[in-house]
Every structure is written in structure tokens, then in C-alpha cells.
Design a protein around this ligand. Sequence first.
Ligand code: T68
Length: 838
Amino acid sequence: LQDKGLDKKEVQNVLVEDARTGLDVETLKKAILNNLFYVQGKYPEIATRNDYYMALAYTVRDRLLQRWVASVKQYLEGKHRIVSYLSAEYLLGPHLGNNLVNLGIYKEAEQALHEMGLNLDWLIEKEIEPGLGNGGLGRLAACYMDSLATLEVPAIGYGIRYQFGIFEQDIRDGWQVEDTDNWLRRGNPWEIARREISYDIKLGGYVQHYMDRDGKFRTIWTPDLIVKGVAYDTPIVGYKVNTTNTLRLWKSEAPNSFDFQSFNSGDYSNAVNQKIICENISKVLYPNDETRSGKVLRLQQQYFFVSCSLQDMIGIHLRQGERIEDFQTTFAVQLNDTHPAVAIAEMMRLLVDEYDLEWVDAWRVTTRTFAYTNHTLLPEALEKWDMELFASVLPRHLEIIQEINRRFLDEVTVRVYGDQEKISSLSIIGEGPRRYIKMANLACAGSFAINGVAALHTELLKQTVLKDWYALSPEKFSNKTNGVTPRRWMVLSNPKLTELISSKIGENWIKHLDELKNLEKFADDPEFLQQWMDVKLEMKTQLAQRIVNRTNIKVDPESIFDIQVKRIHEYKRQHLNILHVITLYNRIKQNPEAEIVPRTFVFAGKAAPGYKQAKLIIKLINSVGEIVNKDPDVKGRLKVVFYPNYNVTNAQKIYPAADLSEQISTAGKEASGTGNMKLSLNGALTIGTLDGANVEIRECVGEENFFLFGLTAEEVENTKSDGYNPFHFYENNPNLKLALDQISNGYFSHLDDTIFKDLINSLLYDDQFMVLADYQSYVDCQDQVAEAFKDKVKWARMSILNVARMGKFSSDRSIREYCDEIWKVKSVPVTLNGTSSK
Ligand code: T68
């Protein structure tokens, strides 16, 4: 400090409460006006809604920065193991409201704005969310960042700063239409560009080996492209603690020294093209949820962010004065699925080629550093790279992977006593007409821990896709059931329910979700039951308003809000749900006086742009809706809504209004699910199969509070091996036959009998996901739901017990398990002005 002409006192003074740090209403008011003037260059009379949003965002950011700096300082002062979360996706959702909640100044900000004649909700809704993820996997990373900070665990999240996140969905004539997500168009007040933190990343080219003067083998990788990764940091503050961790996302750019050969030789357009090629790497998120695509750019993205992140971590480690051989004492690196698994080869390259370690020493460091989380059992979703394609992007890494594999198979051959089938299943390189690299196998070989994301999923992993790995190293395997953060998914999204719960059991549950169990004793309290129902009705009324605004469909807040919101995929079976809708509709048509409990079916979710059947399912939902919603015989008792552009912002408005949560995937296919947890925590009862975390949810809430139907994972497999014949179900079930016939003969599509042909054929003659086999069981179960809903008080009681017993599904619990059992890291409370929390 003295070198820089500063004294310690002066620096510490920054931490004194001032206009940039104070949390009281008066200071917030001043700070907002100050930022409006000095950041936006506006005064109130001419400020736009966005100006005010920005002024408030900067006001909040100032308060985060103070805690952020204190956190970094504290981490660097002692020797603490840091969690490094590597994820190609972070589905963060809007920051403003969440940061206000976590800083504990939501009410104060609301009041400050109110006194200025402004409305906080109006500003919160102005934020464009960063949609840097596809679905559950990306959202899990965001929940885990929240919990790491809340539990005061030193952590850094690494990923890609996509210029375009997940596409925006619009519905035109019932079909999904994609538009680009230009989320940065109004700037991003939540990030700080750290131009000084950047790394060069090589791509393509060739490798040479030679022996140097000391007789040491050397490797030179001459790339045909170098791109620069620049760090963009976003602070992630924990709930009512000072801990503020970093989410560091990499943006790709052309290196400074860029292609001046082309420039000097006058080839200006080539130089510009090269710049564009570099910038393309972080340009767009691949919109694929559980489907492979095998594109060069995707591999470049993966390698780009992994290499930037590892170079960054090594820098941090060495600057602490540590030896490279001890890297794993500074970082525990978690691989969020196989998307960052190339990190294992990159770590070996850095250690062996750049830091001169011997192979065995480098491998020791690597295999003590990485842990791998698997998120899918669908064999078609396991990442594989064509070897030639891989070599064209990462020639040195192919050599390294071959060497890892050679040494690994040498060891394995003895262990499995030469069993060729096992050897080829464990091999990192797949043989066939074309050779390929199996990323899951690379991840397993290079990690000290492997986990699934729900109990059933982990069991199935051990028995199926990773069976031979489990036999080889059972000690590496464990289960870490997913969780969700109650800060965003209850406190922020459902303030009314939050307040009601807190009025009975205090606020501790927000950090210790198990305490929700104290609600059980109020489940028979008539006043509480009434309040519970009032909150739900109010949230349903609000959603009804949004629905009519967005889709022009009028829905009845008194009806059952039956909600299925998630990515559209055949295994998630939105089409099973729509078959039930058609069945209820037919009951009415056959007997208009039939007693039908009114229902509003809400669907939302994106389909991968190249996934034909998923897009057809969206069209089917809208086509059925069009007929059902306007048929006078229905008398408004059934409504079908497809709410467009499902994202975090919309999810926050939908969950609180749900009565019934649809978790109806084919058993054995959904790794965990997390929407199931968020809906249930907001008081919805679940109708579901024994799949993913549904199994554990049902165990917790009690089978009497869970609507179970369908085949078990084991029965699905047995039915298949016995020769499943979906056509048999069609022929023998008149209601099912009628529904399918109506879809195919154009009843819902203006008599066009061609549109849904592919969908129907796949159900009748293949039905991989057992829709027809589960149909009757589903319909029967839905009849029980309707019956139960008739008794509103009894339903409310079930809903309360359900919430009271959901404490396990906090991401705090998940993160605690990862910390204790995998990462071996402890919390490091951060002090600010002598205190460690708000
Ligand atoms: C989800 N996976 C699981 N994948 O489907 C879900 N995949 O059961 C689980 O709860 C969740 O992960 C969290 O564990 C995904 O969301 C993807 O989004 C994805 C993206 C790209 C490539 C492959």
C-alpha cells in the first residue's frame, strides 16, 4: 500500500457506511438519484424506466462490490480450498430482485422508490434476464452458486459469456418460432469486464515432438488460430451474509497482436474475417437439451472456457506461493456434466507441456482435482466426439487422451482379466466405422468422484450406463440429490406465501429449509388453512391476468391450475398430458352434463429448434387448445394454455399459482428434475411417476399427499424386453383410440390429417417412452386428483403438509453434501466492518 502512496487507514475508510454502502431508506434514495445523474446522465424529469432500472441496479451493485472485495481479500489471506464449478451453462434469471433479497434490503428499496414516486416491481420487470442455459442443468448451476455464497463457501463459477443466450420463443399459428436473445442490448450493470484478466487459447494446427539438449522430450503445438478469452465477472452474494463469490464468464476476442501479417500484406478483409471467427466462439448458446449435435464450434466453446478457467486457477494458485504439484490443495473442480470434461486433458497438457511435470505426477494432480456430475441416463445424450473432428480442433489433446487411455487400459486389462467387452466399454475411445471419443469415460477416468443427481438416477447409473465404472471403482460413486434455492424460488417469487409461513414459524426456514416442518402443526388450523387458500387464489388470479394479457385466453382462477412447465421432450411426455385433456373433452362431448371439475392446463417450454417431434407436440397442444377453449359444450370448464417463452422470469410467476405439478416422465428417464421441487415448495401437489427425485419427494411428503401412477423403471425395462406392443393398447382402449384417432384424422387441425402423422405413428408403432402403456393409469390418477380437489380444505391441508415436508430439497442441503463428502471444503465467514452478516 505504501508503495502506492496509500495508508492502511485510508483504504479501510472505504468500508465505512457511506452513500455507496448504506442500507437505510434515506441513503438508498440519495444513491439512486446520484447514480441516475452520474451513471445515466439524467435527472428525474427526463429519466426513462430503463434509466431508473439502471440507477437502482448500480445502487445495488455498489453494495455488492464492497462485500465482494472483502470476500476476495479474506480468501487470499488464509489458505482455503476453493470450489471451482465448471459449467457451460448458468441459467441465472434476473439479478435485481434476487440481490435485494439476499442483501436483506428488499423492503428498504421498495420504500425508497415509493417515496420517489416509483414502483419496485415496475423496475424489476424491466430487467432482461441472462438466459445462459437450456434448462435444469444450467439452472442447477445458478442455484448452487447461490447456496455456495449463502453457506459462506469460497467458490468461483466459470463459464461462457454468450452474447446470445437461449432463443426467445414465440408461438405463431400454434408453431414455435425462434428469435435471437440479444440480452446485452441495454448493457449489463451486473458484470465487470476485467480486461486485464485474459488468456490466449490455441485451436487447430499440428503438434511436433523433439528431444531438447538435456535429453527431455518436448512438445510444440503450433495452432492455426489463437483466440483471447477475457474475464467478465458477476458478483454472487449469499443470503444475509457478506460472502460474495465470483461468477467468471469468458468472452472470446481476437488477440491484440492480431493477424498483422494479413494487415501488412494488405489483406484487410481476411484480417477482419479472422476477428469474426474469434468472436464467434462465445457468440451463441447451443439450444440443445439432452440431444447431441457434434458441432466443431461447440467443441471449441468447451475447450475455450475450460482452458481460460484452468489457466486462471493455476495463476491464482501460483500467486499464493504454492507449488504446481499441490494444485489440488487450492482447488476442487466440479465438472457440470461432460461439457467441460476436456478439462482433464487440458490439465494434463498444462502440467506436462507447460509446467514440465512428469506424466505420473501430472496424473496424480489431475485425478485429485476433478469430480464429475452426470445429468442424464439417455444413451443418445452422452457426449461423443468424432476423432477426426476432435483432432482438427485439439490435436495435442487427442494425443494426450490416447496416452491416458493407453495407460488406463493397461491397468484395466489386468483388473478385468482380459474381458474384451468390458475393456471396450471402459475405453475412452470408441471403435466403429469411425472412431470417437467418449467424454463420459474421460470424465470418469480423470475424476476422484462421480455422482448422480437423485437416488434413483445414481442407482441406475451404477446398473446401466456406468456399470463397468462402478465395478472398477465403487468408492468413487455417490449420490447428490439436487436442490433449489428457496431465496429465488420462494422468498422472491412468492412473497405472500413467504410472509404467511414466516408469520407462523419465523424466518429461519429461509436458510434452514428443514424448519418448514414446523408448519405441520398448523395444518388443521382453520384460520391458517383459509390464509393458505387465499394466498394461492391470489397468485392464481395474478397468473390468470398475465395469461389473458399474453395469450388472450381467459381462465378461471377457481379451476385446478394443472401445470406442466419444462423443456419439451418426448421423455417428459407433454403428449401424455394432452391425451388426458382430450379424454376429458370427449367426456363432455359425449355427455355435456357430465360432472367435470374445472381445470386450466398450463403448458410452457421450449423445444430444441431441430427437434421435430418436440415442435409437433407444441403444435398439438395449441391445436387442442384452440378447439377445447372455444367449444360451447365445454362451458369454460376446460382451458388449455401454452404460455410462450418459458424462462426464469416467467417461471417465477407460474410456480406460485400451481395447484397440480405434472412430473410425468417415463420412469428411468428424468435424472432428477428440479421443477418438481420448485412447484411443490410453492404448494402444488404432484402427479408423477416413480422417476428422478419424484421418488424422494414422495417419500418425504408421504404417499397420501402424492398422486402416483405409471410403470416403474424396472417395469418399463421388463415391458420392453417382453416385446412391448403399443398398438395393442390402442386397439383395446376405446378412449385412448378415440383420442389418437381424433388427432390423426384432423379433428383438432381443421381436418388436416397430415400434420400429426409422424407423432401418431411414433406412438402407435414404436412408443419408446411408453405413453400408451401409461395412459390408463394416468387418466385414473387424474380422476382421483379431480375428486380430491372438490374438497378445498382437504386439498389445502395436503398442500400445507406437502410444503412442510419439502425441507430436504434446498440446494443448501445439496451443497453441504458436496462440501463434506466430495470437495472437503469448509466455510470461511467474511467480515465487514467487524461483522460477519447483515
Ligand atoms: C437436466 N439436464 C436433467 N441438460 O434432465 C434433469 N444437456 O433431470 C436434472 O434435474 C437437471 O439436469 C439438473 O441435474 C439438462 O438440463 C441440459 O440442459 C443439456 C444441455 C446441453 C447438452 C445436454
